[in-house]
Write a protein that binds this ligand. Sequence first.
Ligand SMILES: *Cc1c(COP(=O)(O)O)cnc(C)c1O
Length: 420
Amino acid sequence: MSSAPLALTRSQLEKICETFPTPFHIYDEKRIRENARAMKDAFSWIPGFKNYFAVKACPNPVILQILREEGFGADCSSLPELIMAEKAGITGENIMFTSNDTPAEEFVEAARLGAVLNLDDITHMETMEKSVGIPELVCFRYNPGEARTGNAIIGHPSEAKYGVTSEQILDAYSLMKEKGVKRFGLHTMVASNELNGDYFIETARMLFTLAADINKKTGVRIEFINMGGGIGIPYKPGDKAVNLSHISDGMKELYEQILIPSGLDPMRIVFECGRMVTGPYGYLVSRVRHIAEKYKTYAGLDASMANLMRPALYGAYHHISVPGKENYPSEKIYDVTGSLCENNDKFAVDRFLPELDPGDLVVIHDTGAHGYAMGFNYNGKLRSSELLLQENGKVRLIRRAERVEDYFATLSFDEETVDL
Ligand SMILES: *Cc1c(COP(=O)(O)O)cnc(C)c1O
């Protein structure tokens, strides 16, 4: 099974377009809620299980509120993300602040909110202490280096800029304990868009073993383990969704094998997944402007990589469907492009699709995470609106499209100069 079809017909989409013109991202509230509940159910044996939704995946306060109602927290990595979590009613230790190369003012804001401070580097202990003092609770992000392999999106751990190394980590906990920290967490994030469930079981083994080792060698009792995010979704036809029960069962076995004998039960275990929560339930809806016959056939859309960067950035596959032409044979080959002046502005290359005509609506699937969020203004392209297909069947605007005034907003200010 690959990506979920959009639960809207062509005529329903045309009706939406009368009020909210293309392009737009639309998110399916009902399926996001069902998916959040399925995740909680899969890990229900874990004491204090929680998923801190990675805000960067879909930074919209309405989406965060929905997830808060489903019992999720927020994983933030910047000042605006912290403020957004607060606006969505997520506060205190329901916020994980997992950032890197962190400026002092972000520690100040995170501490004001009572968020869990997750330190990416040993230098951050000093930045934290100077900006907010010694908090009661500190977490470290662990980087296992050569001990694990990563993947194309995140890179191999030994090449990754993130986290505290195996050599540094025991001293880091000892130092924080000496300074008066009372409560401790342990975190890692070593994979991104990973479809192999066994990978996460291995991550659990690594972290459970490390938590036991930290306890033995430093006396620090880790109170929660954060498995990070990175659970993948089936973008391509033929890809299979990760079986969460398989990960959960594997983790339970290791919990019994490693944590219980080490005296670390009960241990809270949490995740900070973004992609698998909202990714499959967001869609970029766009309209065909031109069908251009050159050396290849190009279907030019009114969306561009400014609305969805993943294909250009990672060569990522996104499924495309054509509402109203579901039953047409997919026998024409297109490059599906945007209008940006970069030749990698392509949503699909050599894709078999039903014959397209100008004016057709096109749905680009799996844009609910790292979709709108990665948008940008290069080439004067404006970011689209975001819509929510609500459980009550109404479609609600949850972010308006950018206007030309927004593009010029940072250019209107009083002349500021420096005398040299
Ligand atoms: C990006 C990121 C996540 C979320 O990753 P997904 O692939 O969306 O699950 C979680 N934690 C950290 C530290 C991240 O950088």
